[in-house]
Design a protein around this ligand. Structure first.
Ligand SMILES: CC(C)(COP(=O)(O)OP(=O)(O)OC[C@H]1O[C@@H](n2cnc3c(N)ncnc32)[C@H](O)[C@@H]1OP(=O)(O)O)[C@@H](O)C(=O)NCCC(=O)NCCS
Length: 160
C-alpha cells in the first residue's frame, strides 16, 4: 500500500442544513457524475429533499471534509447492522492533494470508534483510478466483481 501522508490537516464534521447547497454543487460536478453509477445531473429540489431527509436518518451519516479549515468535500456512510457503505466526493479544486485518503482514514476511525461499526465497503468503477488509489491508501482492499470494484476495510483488524 502506498501510504503517502496528507499535505493538509483533514477533519470531519457532521453535515448541517447549511451544507445542502455546497454538497449539491460538488455532487453535480462533471467528474463526480462520471464516477457515479447514476451520472445524470440532480436538480436542486430533489437534492434538497434527499439531503434534509438524510440528516434525519439515523442509518445515514453525512460528514463535511474540512481541509485547512475549508469545507472541501463530503463523505457519507449508509449503515446496515455493523456494516456501512462509504461514498466520497471532493470539491474539484481540492482533488489530488491527499485529502481523500486522509478523509477516508478519519472516517474509518470514527466508524470503528463512536459508531462501533465492523466493516466499511465501497463500490467504485474500475476506471476511477483516483478513487481506487485513495481507498487503497486509506487501508481498503479491492476485489473485482463484475462491472464494479468492491473495496473493503475490516475495522476489527488490529483491535484486541
Ligand atoms: C476520488 C477522490 C475522492 C480521491 O481523493 P483525492 O484527495 O483526490 O486523492 P489523492 O489526492 O490521493 O489522489 C489520488 C490519485 O488521483 C490523482 N488525482 C485525482 N484528482 C486529481 C486532480 N484533480 N488533479 C490531479 N491529480 C488528481 C492523484 O494524483 C493521485 O494519483 P496517483 O494515485 O497516481 O498518485 C477525489 O479525487 C474525488 O472526489 N473525485 C471525484 C469524485 C469521485 O470520483 N468520487 C469517488 C466515487 S467512488
Amino acid at each position: 500500500m502506498n501510504a503517502s501522508p496528507p499535505l493538509v490537516v483533514v477533519t470531519l464534521r457532521p453535515a448541517t442544513v447549511e451544507d445542502c447547497k455546497p454538497v449539491w454543487l460538488w455532487r453535480n460536478d462533471e467528474e463526480t457524475r462520471r464516477a457515479s453509477f447514476d451520472p445524470s445531473p440532480i436538480d436542486y429540489a430533489t437534492h434538497q429533499s434527499w439531503f434534509l431527509g438524510s440528516l434525519d436518518n439515523a442509518r445515514r451519516k453525512i460528514y463535511i471534509v474540512v481541509a485547512q479549515g475549508e469545507p472541501s468535500g463530503v463523505v457519507r456512510l449508509d449503515i446496515a447492522a455493523r456494516q456501512a457503505t462509504v461514498s466520497i466526493h471532493l470539491a474539484p479544486e481540492r482533488r489530488g492533494q491527499g485529502i481523500g485518503p486522509a478523509a477516508l482514514r478519519a472516517l474509518a476511525d470514527l466508524a470503528s470508534g463512536e459508531l462501533e461499526l465492523a466493516v466499511l465497503l465501497a463500490s467504485v468503477k474500475p476506471d476511477n483510478h483516483a478513487s481506487l488509489a485513495a481507498f487503497r491508501r486509506a487501508g481498503f482492499t479491492a476485489s473485482r466483481a463484475g462491472p464494479t470494484v468492491t473495496l473493503a476495510r475490516d475495522l476489527r483488524e488490529g483491535k484486541g
